[in-house]
Every structure is written in structure tokens, then in C-alpha cells.
Design a protein. Structure first.
Length: 319
């Protein structure tokens, strides 16, 4: 079952996002004299198209291939074990991404038709136990239906952005120009606000997937995996696929920012409690770091590692 706090946040975000979307479409309908029913139908159709074609676009734009059951049998065993233990639908496919960047993600139209994608870089740089912890994190996304929610909600800021561009730059006579600019600026404002809401939901979902992955495997191993992935991504020069940035276990752009400030801490591929505290203190004093987090798809890795270390203590006390 999805955690209550995550469920409340999800439905609140969806309510706000669709409220903003219908608000901008209502303004557009008023400006062009279009029926409200057509506006609602158009919004639903656009979101449906995003949900329908999103997984296909990800597959086409990512250099991946299906992983056969006789390849890396231990990966299949881990996935099946977590799936059975926590009653999560088995991914329809497991894919190997031909990339040296250490990463993993899940995508799909439903949680029963999900694809689990693992990069070659992840298998090359992490131990089997750390890969297991990463798989646990990704199975958490399937359990919480994250890839479906994020595919749908990410369409709304895009719709607002294109509406803004269309209205502002569409041909109109001088008398209507002022109204068009107002509607366009309103659309840009909605794009900005809805984008922040989507990013906030994305960051929250990463924390909950981490928690599930830590409980299903080991918080310490997942923390170790995150440290290695963050450092590995900062060294990798491959261009990340923008279509799946929000789905990755760690964001390459965030990793570059983080390792640039804490290169010594990440060099040994492990983050201790003391190093986490140092990073947390740095963030408290750095207003730019706090503000820039609003525009990230993922929380900073040291925050996630801090939460996992606390989870380790929490689980230890229950023994």
C-alpha cells in the first residue's frame, strides 16, 4: 500500500495541477471563444497522449535492449524475490541500457506493464549487493506507481508552456494583442508554478522509493550505492537522455553540482555520518543551494543518504 503522506501529496498535487491546467484552458477558451466542453476534452486528450506514447518515446530514445533470462540470472532472481515478498507486479521487461553512466529507472503505462532499466555502468561500478539495493529502490517506484503519475503530471507544464508560446506569438490584430499577451503571460506563470509542483512531487517520491528500497534490502547498501552513483555520474561525460531524467535513481546534473562541492567526501565512494552532517550544515548556510533545490528533479544525494542512515538506526532499534 502507498504511504499515506505520499498519497495525500500526490492527490493534492494532481488537484492543483489540473486546476491550473483547466484555468489556463478556460482563459484560452474565453479568448478564442471555444466551448468549455471542447477545452476539457482537449486537456484530457493531451494528457492521455502523453501517457500513451511516453514509454515508447523513452524506449526509442534510450540505447537499451531487453535482458534475456539467461543473462545476469542473479538480477532476475532479485527482482522476483522482491516482487513476491512485497506483492509487487513483476516488471514486464528488464532492459540493459548501453551506457557507462551508473543509473537505473523504471517506466511504463501501468505498474503491471513496467520496464526496469539498468545501465551497464551500474553493473560495472557497483557490487551485486549494491545493485540489489538499487533494484529495491526501483521496485519501490513500481509499488507506488510513480512512473505512471510522473508521466501524466509532467505533461501539464509542457501544455502550459506551448499554450503560452502559441498565444503570445500567434498573429492577431492590434486591438486583440493586449489580451493575447495577458493570456500568454498567465500561461507562462502557470507553466512556472506547475513545473515547481511536479519537481516537488518527484523529489518526495525519491525519498519514499529510497525508504522502501532500504527496508526491502539494506539502508546502508543503498546509501553506499547512491554515493557511488553520484560520484560516477559526475565523472561520466555522456549526455543524459532528457526524456528520462526524472525517472533516474540519481540525476546527472544534480550529481555534478554536488560532487563539485564535496569532491573529497565522494572520492572514497562512501559518505559517513560526519560527512553528511558537514554537507547538511553547508546547505543551511548556502541560500543558493536551498533555492536551487526547488528546480531539481531529485533531492541532493547527501540528504537521501542522511535519511537512509536514519532508517538504518530506526530498523536497528526494532531488532
Amino acid at each position: 500500500m502507498m504511504p499515506i503522506k505520499l498519497m495525500i501529496m500526490m492527490f493534492t498535487t494532481l488537484f492543483l495541477l489540473f486546476g491550473f491546467l483547466f484555468g489556463i484552458l478556460a482563459a484560452l477558451g474565453y479568448y478564442f471563444g471555444i466551448s468549455g466542453f471542447i477545452i476539457v476534452f482537449g486537456a484530457i486528450l493531451l494528457v492521455f497522449i502523453q501517457w500513451l506514447i511516453g514509454p515508447t518515446i523513452i524506449w526509442w530514445t534510450t540505447n537499451m535492449r531487453p535482458l534475456e533470462k539467461n543473462e545476469y540470472p542473479w538480477i532476475w532472481e532479485i527482482v522476483e524475490s522482491i516482487s513476491k515478498k512485497y506483492k509487487i507486479p513483476m516488471p514486464k521487461k528488464i532492459a540493459l541500457v548501453r551506457s557507462g553512466a551508473p543509473n537505473a529507472f523504471v517506466f511504463g503505462r501501468t505498474h503491471k506493464s513496467a520496464t526496469l532499466a539498468i545501465t551497464q555502468g551500474l553493473l560495472n561500478n557497483l557490487t551485486k549487493e549494491e545493485v540489489k539495493a538499487v533494484i529495491g529502490h526501483e521496485m519501490g517506484h513500481i509499488k507506488h506507481k510513480d512512473m505512471i503519475v510522473m508521466t501524466i503530471v509532467s505533461a501539464i507544464p509542457i501544455i502550459a508552456y506551448f499554450i503560452a508560446r502559441f498565444v503570445i506569438f500567434s498573429p492577431s490584430d492590434r486591438r486583440e494583442r493586449g489580451a493575447a499577451v495577458l493570456v500568454g503571460l498567465f500561461a507562462f506563470l502557470i507553466y512556472f508554478i506547475t513545473n515547481l509542483l511536479v519537481l516537488a512531487l518527484s523529489r518526495l517520491r525519491e525519498f519514499y522509493a529510497d525508504r522502501f528500497g532500504g527496508i526491502a534490502t539494506s539502508p546502508k547498501l543503498l546509501a553506499s550505492a547512491l554515493a557511488k552513483i553520484t560520484y560516477g555520474l559526475s565523472l561520466n561525460k555522456e549526455e543524459a537522455n532528457q526524456a528520462v531524467r526524472a525517472f533516474f535513481i540519481a540525476d546527472p546534473i544534480t550529481s555534478n553540482f554536488e560532487v563539485a562541492h564535496f569532491s573529497n567526501e565522494y572520492k572514497d565512494l562512501e559518505i559517513s555520518n560526519e560527512e553528511v552532517k558537514k554537507a547538511m550544515e553547508w546547505e543551511k548556510k548556502n541560500i543558493f543551494a536551498r533555492i536551487s533545490e526547488f528546480f531539481r528533479t531529485h533531492p541532493l544525494s547527501f540528504k537521501r543518504i542522511n535519511a537512509l542512515l536514519k532508517l538504518e538506526e530506526e530498523l536497528r532499534k526494532k531488532i
